[in-house]
Structures are given as C-alpha cells and as structure tokens.
Design a protein around this ligand. Structure first.
Ligand code: DNO
Length: 399
C-alpha cells in the first residue's frame, strides 16, 4: 500500500512541506491550469514534479506518482466528430507523464459535472464541518433555480412538493450559495461552466445522449488510449460518478458493480482499471464495497479510502463521515486490498495500490483557515492516521 496525499499545486493552502509531516510518501496531483483538451507539456510536468521533489532528502521523500485527473473533453463524451484532436491530446499528455515516470492516471467520464455536493460547510454536532449531498436541496436547485426543461418528469409529486417547501424557505443568499456549490464550488475545477446559463447550455448538449451512447463513447475513447497505455506501462484508473446515479437529466455510467463488469468485459486490457472510491460507490446502498474490492482487486490501481453516512429516511442524501465510521466496513475493504497486493507478488502487475485519505472534516485549527472544501489538512491527516493504523494491524495479523 502506498500512502498518497492530494496536492492541488502551488495555490494549495496545504504545502508540500506540510505534506512531508503527514508521513505520506506519494503525491497525487494534476496540472489544473491547463485547459481541458490541451496537451500537458513535458516541461510543465517536469516543473511541477520539481516543486514536489526538490526538497527530498532521506527520511522526507515525496514522489509524484498519481495523476488526478487528466480531464476528458466534453466533445469526447458527446462523441462529436471533431473529438479526435482531444483524444490525441489526452494520449500525448499521458505519454509526457510516462516520460517523467508518472504512470497511474485517474480520470472520469462524468458529463458536465464532476463530483458535486449541496453543502460544503455542513456543521456536525461536534462543531466540525463536513461535505454533504442533500437530495431535496438538489431537487430544489434542479426544479426551481436551474428550471431545467422537463425536470418534473424525473421526480415524484411528493418530491416536488418537499423540494418546493425547501426552496420557499431559502433566502436569496442560500440560493446563490447552493448554485455556486453545485456549479463552481469544488476544488479541481469540477465543471467548465461559470454561469447558470452556460451550465444550462452544457446540459442541453446531452439531450440526445443516453447511457448506451455515453458508454459507446467511453469505450471508443478507451479503445484508443488503452493500447498506448499498455505500451507505456501506464495504469488508467476510472473514478466512479459521484453521486453514483443519473442526475440533471445526464446519464452516468460508472456507478455500480454491473457497470464495472461491462467496462472490463468490453475492454479487458490490463491497463484498464479503476479508482476504488469507497465513498462514491458506498453512497449507494446496493453497492457491496468489500465484495467489489475483492471482485475487482486486480483492476484497482488507486483507492480513495473515505466513506459516507446515508440519511436514514432518504438513502440518496449523505454526509461525509469519519474515515473509519461510515456506512461501509473500511477494515474489511483494506484487508481485501492488502490480500490483493499479496496475490500480486511475483506477478507482472506487482504495483502496490496507491491509497489516499479523502474529504476530511474541517476540524480544530483548520476551522479558521482557508481550505479547499474536503481538502483541509487536519481532517485528512486524521483519516490517514486511522487508515495507517488499520494497515499496520492487519499486516501484523497477516504475517
Ligand atoms: C473529489 C475527487 C474527484 C476526482 C475526479 C477524478 O474529491 O474524488 O474530484 O478527483 O472525479 O477524475
């Protein structure tokens, strides 16, 4: 297991020097300033790598090993005719990364919005802040702020009524904040939209794209990328759709175990893998996470070891939990990943699995600091320390 930490680059309030103190050994990062669809130039990758590795010394060593993410251009997801240039640039970026020795690439295929939350500062009873996805607020956004065409068809009468009362109780500031959280609030540039009109236009591009078409477009993209990745020894790790279901009329295709099954039976290449984002898959009650960790073990190149706790009365709403006390059995999942690593020994695929803490709570001194939502230092440090303890204990038992 390789303990990794996500760093958003020189503007990240958590610095590389800070990360050295967490005990992590690997950095997960990306060149966020390069517009989607453009090639990541070799010298920029080297420069970023240099920022991470320049103060390395024995006992305090960090390497940039995982990319999260090279964004996939919307024209590829839409299967537009001019998309070849964007596929070529994606491959060229992957080649440049491989030249620098960076060979694990996380990406996703979510149309328009990447991960999304309604609340970025949801206060917990102990005073900490967590991220939260509230389905009723999201429905209120869809129906009464975005006013998406035919959106009513996606909801029951009861849902429409409930979300209307939520909307009616919102102040103008609440509405603005909810809108900002959904279309522009999360780190790592989660949508290419900047205004609600622009966002609406991007959604409407998908009106004729259903799951089958989107899947065909993913497979066509991968059938061009995977052979090259295999030659370079690069592992691709698709991140699941978060939350893992269709939303805002958009199809989502990496949500369940059956989705993964389709992906691997269509494209069995050994370079075709996943990011086991426990929190994302675990926000659906029908995903059995320990089972998935076992079943897709050899495909797991990277894992986000966080969890959520779903609302008792609305299983689509969830609050991000502490790393070891979510709805899933994290110890069993870590145990499955460790067993997978022992199976890998003496095989060609003997790469340890990169893991990282994710979406920590904002706690203690971080409550008064500027932070990327979900990516403050102390909450993730606590998560990492807990996970590290589990790994140590399980390893002691295994040997
Ligand atoms: C959120 C992350 C996602 C992830 C992308 C991967 O914290 O897990 O932003 O980086 O979906 O492409």
């Amino acid at each position: 297991m390789r303990e990794a930490w996500r760093w958003f680059g020189p503007n990240d309030p958590v610095t590389i020097q800070d990360i050295r103190q967490t005990g992590a050994t690997d950095i997960v990062s990306a060149l966020h300033s390069i517009p989607t669809g453009e090639v990541w130039p070799l010298e920029k990758i080297r420069g970023h790598q240099q920022l991470i590795e320049r103060n390395n010394e024995p006992g305090s060593f960090l390497v940039w090993t995982v990319v999260e993410s090279i964004a996939v251009h919307e024209d590829i997801k839409l299967g537009r005719e001019n998309n070849q240039q964007y596929v070529d640039s994606w491959i060229a970026s992957m080649e440049n990364l491989a030249k620098c020795g960076i060979k694990t690439i996380c990406y996703n295929f979510m149309p328009v919005i990447d991960w999304t939350r309604t609340d970025l500062e949801f206060q917990l009873p102990n005073g900490a802040y967590a991220l939260r996805f509230d389905q009723q607020k999201f429905t209120a956004f869809d129906l009464f702020i975005l006013k998406r065409e035919n959106a009513e068809a996606d909801y029951s009468e009861e849902e429409i009524e409930q979300s209307k009362s939520i909307f009616d109780a919102m102040s103008e500031d609440d509405k603005a904040l909810l809108t900002k959280n959904i279309i522009a609030g999360l780190p790592g540039k989660m949508t290419d939209a900047y205004t609600i009109d622009n966002f609406r236009d991007m959604l409407s591009n998908y009106k004729d794209i259903n799951k089958d078409i989107l899947r065909k477009n993913l497979f066509s993209f991968l059938s061009q990328v995977l052979p090259k990745a295999e030659q370079l020894g690069v592992k691709l790790a698709i991140h699941p759709d978060d939350p893992p279901r269709d939303m805002l009329g958009l199809p989502r295709i990496i949500c369940t175990s059956a989705d993964l099954e389709r992906l691997f039976s269509a494209l069995p290449s050994s370079a075709n893998g996943i990011t086991l984002c426990v929190g994302t898959f675990g926000s659906r009650p029908d995903n059995d996470l320990p089972e998935m960790a076992k079943k897709y073990g050899s495909r797991i190149h990277f894992s986000h070891l966080r969890g959520v706790s779903r609302d008792a009365n609305e299983q689509r709403s969830f609050t991000e939990a502490q790393h070891l006390s979510s709805d899933v059995d994290m110890v069993e999942i870590i145990s499955a990943l460790l067993k997978e690593e022992t199976l890998r020994n003496n095989t060609e695929n003997n790469q340890e699995i990169f893991i990282r803490p994710d979406h920590g709570h904002q706690i203690l001194d971080d409550l008064n600091k500027e932070a990327n939502p979900g990516y403050s230092c102390l909450g993730r440090l606590k998560g990492l320390a807990e996970i590290r303890g589990v790994i140590k204990a399980l390893n002691a038992n295994l040997s």
